[in-house]
Design a protein around this ligand. Structure first.
Ligand code: SAM
Ligand code: SF4
Ligand code: SF4
Length: 321
């Protein structure tokens, strides 16, 4: 029964500090439906800082917004540093000036920059409002910042590319860009349908392209190129098909919390379930509440939600490690 009624806090926090953004990328909800976004309230921020971060070992700043726009970012980073919480941020790098880069690096942050293309015209076609040259200038700070850090500092930079019909032929250029800029990894994530309108989805997705021999040949060549350069390239392809289960239980409902800018609480960014709102309830009553315990109980007996069956997160029930 302790499995269902844990008296512990989650080890991993994923925070959407804001769902506002200065970009309108064609791959993202911000491009569609007049999605304005909101900032995490001070009350929720205080719960995160005083109650959740002290118990956490890992904090990831992501969600459908740009964390560097959030006023209280510095407080969150200081709290992560104080409690030696491993820090990860996913950012467009549009606002990542030298000062912010230093602040993140000093907190030993893993900085993941969303690039989508190393070619200006493609980048600006996808990342609407984005200025390729100024983002490249920001990324360039990394070399100087990295060199100014103590040798035992664990901060590192990676690039995330969302692969769609507009950029999948540019993978080699992206690898070269990542290497030149001192990135440790290039993550290539296949575009997912989240909140994209139907006609845009039809023109951007890779569902048909993926089935062709040419695509498979291209991916094999790109993998060989990365290997030859001794560079870490990680693909994350999408599937709607139920995957084979690699384990019976995912740790998310017990160990992982996702807090949205609205204060809504879930256990990951995949499962479309909200278990409560931190603007209305305290954390304990959500984390140990009936709705989340019911979700845990279902998972414990192998009655998985549909999204769990196609989960693409590394620790989900369909993944190896
Ligand atoms: C929503 S963004 C938020 C952080 C920040 N604004 C950024 O762009 O890096 C988080 C990550 O999701 C990726 N992303 C956005 N739309 C996506 C989609 N339709 N499919 C897969 N990944 C997507 C972004 O490229 C980014 O790497
Ligand atoms: S920068 Fe990030 S949050 Fe903003 S529109 Fe692009 S993908 Fe979405
Ligand atoms: S299996 Fe995937 S979708 Fe389900 S709870 Fe775990 S991380 Fe979330």
């Amino acid at each position: 029964m302790t499995l269902l009624y844990p008296k512990i806090y989650p080890k991993r926090l994923h925070l959407e500090l804001t769902s506002c953004c200065n970009y309108r990328c064609i791959i993202c909800a911000h491009r569609y439906d007049n999605f304005l976004g909101e900032n995490m309230s001070d009350a929720v921020k205080n719960t995160v800082i005083n109650e959740l971060i002290p118990h956490a070992t890992q904090l990831e700043l992501q969600g459908t917004g740009e964390s560097l726009l959030y006023d209280g970012l510095c407080n969150i980073i200081n709290a992560a540093k104080k409690y030696q919480c491993e820090l990860i941020i996913i950012t467009s790098a549009s606002l990542l000036d030298k000062e912010k880069m230093l602040m993140l690096a000093n907190a030993e942050c893993q900085i993941i920059i969303s690039m989508d293309s190393a070619i200006k015209s493609t980048y600006e076609k996808i990342r609407i409002n984005g200025d390729f040259d100024s983002v490249c200038a920001n990324i360039d700070y990394w070399k100087y910042v990295k060199n100014s850090l103590p040798s035992d500092n664990k901060s590192f930079l990676s690039i995330n590319m969302v692969m769609c019909s507009l950029n999948y032929t540019e993978l080699i250029e992206m690898i070269d860009f990542a290497i030149v800029n001192g990135a440790e990894y290039l993550f290539v994530t296949e575009i997912r349908p989240c909140a994209i309108d139907k006609s845009s989805w039809n023109s951007l997705n890779l569902q048909e392209i993926k089935k062709t021999d040419d695509f498979q040949k291209l991916i094999a060549e790109v993998k060989a190129y990365a290997q030859q350069k001794n560079f870490r390239l990680v693909f994350n392809f999408m599937t709607d098909i139920e995957k084979e289960y690699k384990r019976n239980i995912c740790c998310s409902p017990w160990e992982h919390v996702f807090v949205f800018a609205s204060g809504d609480v879930s256990v990951c960014c995949e499962v479309p379930m909200i278990f409560g709102n931190l603007n209305k309830s305290d954390f304990d009553s959500i984390w140990n509440g009936e709705k989340l315990n019911k979700f845990r109980a279902s998972m414990a007996i192998g009655d998985y939600s549909d999204r769990c069956k196609t989960c693409c997160l590394p620790w989900g029930i369909t993944m190896d490690s």
